[in-house]
Design a protein around this ligand. Structure first.
Ligand code: ADP
Ligand code: NA
Length: 331
């Protein structure tokens, strides 16, 4: 059976991914590679929009790829590669940018938010055309499904509109219209210090974030200091007990124990017991994860080989799509 094609990626904009990235995205990626022909990309061209230091960007690109691998992305089964290794992403982005309305791109809420914060002079054209590059990432592989979180819904809608527009202007079959792939079981992980905001690398304080490459002692301390409430009972209640519910979600996701079972286990015990046990659970997960990560990062030749092989396989698919689209538009 043909496995439907799927594309997803993350920007190499931090030294470490966090537990939200792992539970919300990476574990889903690992599961999806069984049933889909998956392309998992480190989108380094996108990261240029935040003007990173070159050496830092180079390191983060490799580190992000090593974290995908440590999480269980299988380079035999899936195509794991770095965006800039496949020149066709930038080439298709140009073609699509000529199909995108100036006003249409200006209506993207992420662009509006960021440009409002930094002003017109502090905002690059790259940030403006970012969703067009994302559309290129997706359409380049005739992608059927894109696993997305709520924050990327509007950008995916633009990708779909561009695909439909290409088909209307240049003939049916010019582009495949991608569908969002919302995974129902995706855990949404919240900040430990502010359990109403999602855990994010752009949080004001690092104390609410569990970074996958953090020192386990730091992680244990952050979990023990997690904000809860004045109650006592360990119960899953996201409205009234956002902090405790977040801890239960993490506990359940990492151990596979149902939340109801956890609630029963903690009858007569308190938040302190839950935090102490969760700190152990997280450390037991992080220790082997970090060992696998270090293994990949400490063998640069092997990592290079994996990424070179992924790029080669990606380029092959991309070349076919790009040739078809160039031909359709008259190039
Ligand atoms: P961040 O918010 O830290 O910038 P990204 O936007 O780079 O994270 O997200 C990368 C991937 O991780 C996306 O698929 C996103 O849906 C997922 N993700 C990010 N934060 C969380 C979270 N707190 N809970 C669940 N999934 C998350
Ligand atoms: Na983000």
């Amino acid at each position: 059976a043909v496995r439907p094609r799927l594309f997803s990626g993350m920007q190499p904009t931090s030294d470490s991914l966090h537990l939200g990235n792992y539970l919300g995205a990476l574990t889903q990626w690992v599961a999806l590679q069984e049933t889909h022909e998956a392309l998992y990309c480190v989108v380094d061209l996108h990261a240029l929009t935040v003007s990173p230091d070159p050496a830092v960007l180079r390191h983060r690109t490799r580190s992000t790829a090593a974290q995908y691998l440590a999480a269980g992305v299988d380079p035999e089964r899936s195509i794991l590669f770095v965006q800039s290794h496949v020149a066709a992403h930038a080439e298709l982005a140009w073609l699509l940018s000529c199909q995108t309305g100036f006003g249409e791109a200006g209506r993207m809420t992420q662009f509006k938010d960021k440009s409002a914060k930094h002003g017109a002079e502090g905002t690059s054209v790259g940030l403006f055309t970012y969703p067009v590059l994302m559309a290129a990432d997706i359409l380049l592989y005739d992608t059927r499904l894109v696993p997305v979180g709520e924050d990327q819904r509007q950008h995916l809608e633009l990708s779909r509109n561009l695909a439909q527009r290409m088909n209307t202007r240049f003939g049916a079959g010019t582009a495949i219209v991608p569908e969002p792939h919302i995974v129902a079981a995706t855990a949404k992980i919240y900040d430990l210090q502010d359990p109403t905001s999602k855990m994010s690398k752009s949080a004001a304080s690092p104390n609410g974030i569990i970074e996958l490459l953090d020192d386990p002692k730091v992680v244990a301390k952050r979990i023990r200091s997690a904000v809860t409430d004045t109650g006592r009972e360990v119960q899953y209640d996201p409205e009234a007990k956002a902090g405790v519910s977040n801890l239960l979600t993490i506990f359940s996701a990492l151990t596979g124990t149902a939340i109801a079972t956890l609630e029963a286990d903690y009858v007569g015990k308190g938040y302190g017991d839950l935090k102490k046990d969760l700190a152990e659970v997280v450390i037991d997960f992080l220790a082997p994860f970090q060992a696998r990560f270090t293994g990949y990062l400490d063998d640069p030749d092997a990592l290079d080989d994996i990424l070179a092989d992924g790029a080669e396989r990606a380029r092959e698919i991309a070349a076919t799509t790009l040739a078809r689209m160039y031909d359709r538009v008259g190039l």
